[in-house]
Design a protein around this ligand. Structure first.
Ligand code: PEP
Length: 262
């Protein structure tokens, strides 16, 4: 079963509000005729409202890069699911390796965020992936299994269907060193097997598994050719309009050129 491809741009801590409006307009114009693929952009929190307004009328969704597991209260600096609803986010990236490493996020916290995201009808994008040291010591599969098991504790099969998983080997993020399509496929098929063992075949076949780590216009097609790679989470190359447009276009074997409006 082939799932509908999904390409997500993680803008990280880049782009002011005026820059966001410019970039969203470029992406909107460039993807106006491309169909057959879901596309989302995840600007920083301060740019979400401007991005949401600029995306009006486009078939491109909005996502956030993180979210608090609590709904409201004394959580200085945090952003609640209600605030993300206000600006019409559909996706929320959770457990990105930069959040894990720099901000000390644990699998347990990520699990709570995923539960909250689902309760508020967001599509959580759960990031998993091993460091270089873990890969070199042959622990990549064990690490990803631990992240998978703990981050998804307590969720029912019907919840899992709505989750997107992004396999992002830490050694490939922002390094220019992309996993080979074979390395990506090996881990993606492993994740699909974990999904099948825990939630059954039907659910495992529905979950989209994205690859992330130095995705570029010239490597996306070979990654997408693998049967368990359903799309990409793109960092650096998503904040340049032309490269993001090319990644989306090259992700499809034969892009359908139909204007689609939401
Ligand atoms: C990311 O930040 O999720 C990412 C994959 O970054 P990059 O594409 O720059 O490696």
């Amino acid at each position: 079963m082939k799932r509908r491809p999904l390409i997500v741009g993680n803008w990280k801590m880049y782009k002011s509000i005026p820059e966001t409006i410019t970039l969203v307009n470029v992406i909107k114009a460039g993807l106006y005729k491309v169909a057959g693929v879901d596309v989302a952009v995840c600007p920083p929190f301060t740019s979400l409202k401007a991005a949401s307004e600029t995306l009006e009328g486009a078939k491109i969704d909005l996502g956030a890069q993180d979210m608090c597991s609590e709904v409201e209260g004394a959580f200085t600096g945090a952003i609640s699911p209600l605030m993300l609803k206000d600006v019409r986010c559909r996706y929320v990236i959770l457990g990105h390796s930069e959040r894990r490493k720099i901000f000390g996020e644990t699998n347990g916290e990520i699990n709570r965020k995923i539960s909250t995201a689902l309760r508020f009808s967001f599509v959580p994008i759960l990031c998993v992936g091993e460091t270089l040291e873990e890969r070199e010591s042959k622990r990549a599969f064990e690490v990803v299994k631990e992240q998978f098991d703990t981050c998804l504790i307590g969720l029912a099969a019907s919840d899992i269907e709505r989750v997107v998983i992004a396999y992002e080997p830490v050694w490939a993020i922002g390094t220019g060193r992309t996993a080979t399509p074979e390395q990506a496929e090996q881990m993606h098929s492993y994740i699909r097997r974990l999904l099948k063992e825990k939630y059954g075949e039907v659910v495992s076949e529905r979950v989209r598994i994205l690859y992330g780590g130095s995705v570029k216009p010239d490597n996306i097609a070979l990654l997408m050719a693998k049967s368990n790679v359903d799309g990409a989470l793109v960092g650096g190359a998503s904040i340049k309009g032309e490269s993001f447009i090319q990644i989306v276009t090259n992700a499809l074997p034969e892009p359908l050129l139909e204007p689609v409006r939401r």
